[in-house]
Write a protein that binds this ligand. Structure first.
Ligand code: DOR
Length: 439
């Protein structure tokens, strides 16, 4: 295995030093390390962070390989600095059995871009009626620890209670898509003055907040772990703050797009901005940023939701919900959180790697950049500026809301257990290591 010396990188934004990557681990850290026989990487100006961990990625395989495959989605993840992703269960068939989660896990191993951790469905077929085989998925080769009906809410309080109770046996967590279904029937965008002006059915914040409130109380009652997916409203933040202050074992994530974009953009009826939960107000964005900064929200999670142009390039009402996010996440976080002074690079490492790894119980990820740790890390050039061109992205889908936007900061290298998946901004195929390729 090739040895690398990363010369002059800034671990978590601290003073420049060298990292020696050998046999899958960080073998040494310090200035002026000898590079005999090693490949030298010039890290001048680059920030080194532990590899990012995404708690919320839609890879679409099996069933919708026209939108994304495990291989194309995980390539996009490596390009974005990720070393592990949690693959959501709303595939076709749904990942609600040991067989399907093992298939996704195996496809991830074969592609070898990042570690793929399948999320298991909470209910059979995401139908919200019967619990899926949670124990069998936990015991499978995929060792599932995160369960979610994402895309759908586990709306039945009794089922939600049972799921929370069940996963305690194997230290699992229920990741809830908080959306009271009756309050959001037919909803198209955030409910407010603007939805009335545009004539689109409104999606009230209370639909999310009602479920978050119910679920933190349920989690407290049964003493289990709850994770709240893609928090989008200031009210949800207040409930989470209240619950954490009382010691409830609740964690939460926010997407990059909810940290940067608001519902005002929907005026142009661009379907790339249609997403579940919807973009909300500037006050919500400010509350989400504050909550991520103070730790009330634990993690950034992309909700990378690839869709074909047939499903997305149509009128607003007919368009599918969701946007891609793996390749733009770091840049959005730099702009929304680092350049605003809300998070330093150590904070970014915590919210994009350490805490999501802990929530998913991934022991090999989110580790400090110290001698003896896995060489699983990413290098960021904060000074880079680049324009998003959907045509050249690694994901198979084109539905990014940032097309044409100038982004701040860029991931230039990613290492998974000492092996580069991205080097000098070029993806490195595991099956042709060193050959490189266009990003
Ligand atoms: O916008 C979304 N798209 N939100 C979800 O919760 C599901 C996702 C998808 O699967 O496309």
């Amino acid at each position: 295995m090739t040895t690398y010396v990363l010369r002059g990188v800034r671990p978590l934004g601290a003073d420049p030093t060298d990292l020696l990557l050998r046999d899958g681990t960080i073998a040494d850290v310090g200035p002026g390390l000898a590079a005999d026989g090693a490949v030298l990487v010039d890290g001048t100006g680059l920030v080194a962070l532990p590899g990012f961990v995404d708690l919320h990625t839609h890879l679409r395989e099996p069933g919708r390989e026209d939108a994304e495959t495990v291989a194309s989605g995980t390539r996009a993840a490596a390009a974005g600095g990720f070393t592990a992703v949690h693959a959501m269960a709303n595939t076709e068939p749904v990942a609600d059995t040991a067989g399907v989660v093992e298939q996704v896990w195996r496809l991830g191993r074969e592609a070898a871009w990042v570690d793929v951790h399948p999320v298991g469905a909470v209910t059979v077929g995401l139908a919200g009626e019967r619990l899926a085989e949670l124990g069998a998925m936990a015991d499978s080769a995929a060792r599932v620890r995160v369960f979610s009906d994402d895309g759908h809410c586990v709306a039945d309080a009794v089922l939600m209670r049972r799921a929370l109770e069940y996963v305690k046996a194997f230290d699992g967590v229920i990741a809830q898509h908080a959306q009271e279904p009756r309050l959001t029937h037919g909803a198209q965008m955030h409910e407010g003055e603007l939805s009335a002006v545009l004539g689109l059915a409104g999606w009230p914040a209370v639909a999310e907040e009602a479920i978050v409130a119910r679920d933190v109380l349920l989690a407290q009652h049964v003493g289990s772990r709850l994770h709240v997916c893609h928090v989008s409203s200031a009210g949800s933040v207040e409930i989470l703050r209240w619950a954490k202050a009382r010691g409830v074992a609740v964690t939460a994530e926010v997407t990059p797009h909810h940290l940067l974009l608001t519902h005002d953009l929907v005026r142009g009826y661009d379907p790339r901005l249609k997403v579940n939960p919807p973009l909300r107000t500037a006050d919500d964005v400010a509350a989400l940023r504050g909550a991520l900064a103070d730790g009330t929200i634990d993690a950034v999670a992309t909700d990378h939701a690839p869709h074909t142009s047939e499903d997305k390039d149509c009128e607003w009402q007919a368009a599918a919900m969701g946007m891609t996010g793996l390749e733009t996440a770091l840049s959005v976080v730099q702009e929304a959180m680092v350049e605003t002074g809300l998070l330093d690079w150590a904070g970014v490492a915590d919210r994009m790697s350490t805490r999501p790894a802990r929530i998913g119980r991934l022991a090999e990820h989110g580790q400090p950049l110290l001698a003896g740790s896995p060489a699983t890390l990413t290098l960021v050039d904060p000074a880079a500026r680049w324009d998003v061109d959907p045509a050249v992205m690694a994901t198979a889908s084109r539905n990014t809301p940032f097309a044409g936007r100038r982004m701040h900061g860029r991931v230039v290298a990613t290492f998974l257990r000492g092996r580069p998946t991205l080097l000098d901004g070029r993806l490195q195929d595991a099956t042709a290591q060193g050959a490189g390729g266009a990003r």
